[in-house]
Design a protein around this ligand. Structure first.
Ligand SMILES: [Mn+2]
Length: 372
């Protein structure tokens, strides 16, 4: 026997992705492609079960096209005999009276809409009993949350599907409706695997040398906190009671990445543009942060505009310092108010650190713009 489950989360279908500006439309279609690829991955892995751990839609009231895409893709799984389980997330919470899951019937085998884990669904996969638990947590309807998750007496494999926030740092204030939990608590629920949604970067949790659960992460980067490959997870058991193997499968269309580009000594904008081009390949979506000590003040929007046709989406940020530039050296020699202004700022910059240094650098640039 072999029981194979594909874990998907945080698809955010229908997200406007307006933060991508002119690239938003293209980014939306890349995100849709990534979801199609996730479904393809489940079919290719010959998974018998797919779980979607919340934030399937970006909002509780997604546009009709997003609902249709969901229906079509889940339909492909249904046709192949794959049983799909879902729970709501924070973006598509059942707490909203008009939530999409209340009035659309999507081809889920089961969608968990009760605020406790107490109604698991049992199915049989290749003769092995598999029990799936899920929750649509709503603190206004009932308390309990994680406390209601406990393994039934059923034999076989037990899997929980939850949209919940891990307290990686015990100090973090996390709202009760985000079902906070501590990493070390995961192994105490008696599950063979806990499929998590909420955090958008891949994270596999182990205890005592075996996997106990994971965040599979988003399918396509939504901003530069979601860098690098995006995945679904193929979770497989060779026998009940054994630890599962977890295999991440990449589904993204286009990677997002960040890089610092040193433009020290650059005498004009052309040189800065060339530096960005050689540091950042045009395949990815970049946030390039200019650093170092150029001779002219960078104009990030102008640099972005001249590279726009080559890059799908490129964001340029300026964190350079003009302290070492020749023009500033000249200004500081002057016995004028302008000279005094720059002398004071350069003195200040010498001892400044971190945020203060950034502020002084900005003040110097503003001064150069205003006073020349
Ligand atoms: Mn999400």
């Amino acid at each position: 026997m072999s029981v194979r489950l594909v874990h998907i989360a945080d698809v955010h279908l229908g997200a406007p992705l307006a933060n991508f500006g002119d690239y938003a439309r293209q980014r939306r279609s890349e995100q849709q492609e990534a979801f199609r690829r996730a479904v393809d991955a489940a079919l290719a892995a010959r998974a018998q079960v797919v779980v979607i751990a919340g934030d399937f839609f970006d909002t509780f009231r997604p546009e009709p096209a997003a609902v249709e895409l969901a229906r079509r893709e889940l339909g492909r799984l249904e046709e192949a005999g794959v049983k799909v389980f879902g729970v709501p997330g924070t973006h598509d919470s059942l707490g909203y009276a008009e939530c999409v899951y209340r009035h659309e019937s999507l081809p889920f085998h089961h969608f968990f809409d009760r605020p406790t884990f107490e109604d698991p669904v049992r199915l049989e996969v290749e003769g092995v009993p598999v029990t799936i638990y899920g929750i649509a947590y709503d603190p206004r309807r009932t308390g309990g949350g994680w406390k209601t998750l406990s393994r039934t007496g059923e034999e076989g494999i037990h899997v929980a599907v939850v949209h919940a926030a891990c307290r990686f740092n015990p100090e973090w204030p996390i709202a009760e409706e985000d079902l906070p939990f501590l990493e070390r608590e995961l192994s105490g629920f008696g599950m063979d695997y806990i499929a998590l949604g909420h955090y958008h970067n891949l994270r596999i949790f182990e205890a005592g040398g075996r996997v106990v659960g994971a965040y599979s992460g988003s399918l396509e980067g939504r901003d530069w906190t979601e860098r690098g490959p995006r995945h679904v997870l193929v979770v497989e058991w060779d026998e009940p009671g054994a630890a599962p193997t977890v295999r991440p499968v990449e589904v993204h269309s286009r990677l997002m990445d960040v890089r610092e580009v040193d433009v020290t000594g650059a005498a004009d904008e052309e040189e800065m543009i060339a530096a960005v081009e050689s540091a950042c390949d045009a395949e990815r979506l970049w946030k390039a942060t200019l650093v170092g000590e150029p001779e002219v003040i960078p104009r990030p929007r102008t640099i972005e505009a001249s590279l726009a046709s080559r890059y799908g989406h490129l964001r340029v940020e300026d964190r350079t310092s003009m302290v070492a530039s020749h023009v500033l050296e000249q200004r500081r020699e002057e016995e004028t108010v302008r000279g005094e202004f720059f002398r004071r700022l350069v003195d200040r910059r010498e001892t400044a650190e971190g945020r203060t240094a950034e502020v002084v650098d900005r003040a110097i640039k503003l001064g150069l713009r205003v006073f020349g």
